[in-house]
Write a protein that binds this ligand. Sequence first.
Ligand code: ZN
Length: 163
Amino acid sequence: MNEKCKWCEGGFAGIDGPVHEYIESAPGCWAVYSGILAKEYESYNDMQDTHRLTVDTYAVQHPGKPSRKSRQSVMGHLVSMYYVLEKNMNGASARQKLKEFIERKQKLRWLEPPSFKGTLTVSDVALAKNSEEHKILVRKWAESVWQTWFRKYEKEILSVIME
Ligand SMILES: [Zn+2]
């Protein structure tokens, strides 16, 4: 049986399985994501920069319900994506920016997520047959998700970054 993930709108095997505490997704979607993370951890070398984008993209494509943690998570991962995709920063530096953002403990309002219709999902990334394809697909997935957020909330994202 197939189950649609209500966030990324991808179709996944309808399974029972673990999901994240506040990054909401269908268990089938989370399982595909976990497989992608496993590839990055185990099978691939020099995946640091790609791994940064994978974690950020999944989090902002599955924002969940408004809460202190989810507000912080979504904006933090958007900040990291801003530096990687708009400023060509490497994964380690973007991670540092994310850490600084969290330490600033800014007051954040909940941003009503954009529709992710038409963006790529973890299913597209999972098709990669080798590490080069994987890197390219993660980048495409990240850019498609980033654009939906940035188009809608450029001002809000930049205001957090400028503070
Ligand atoms: Zn999903």
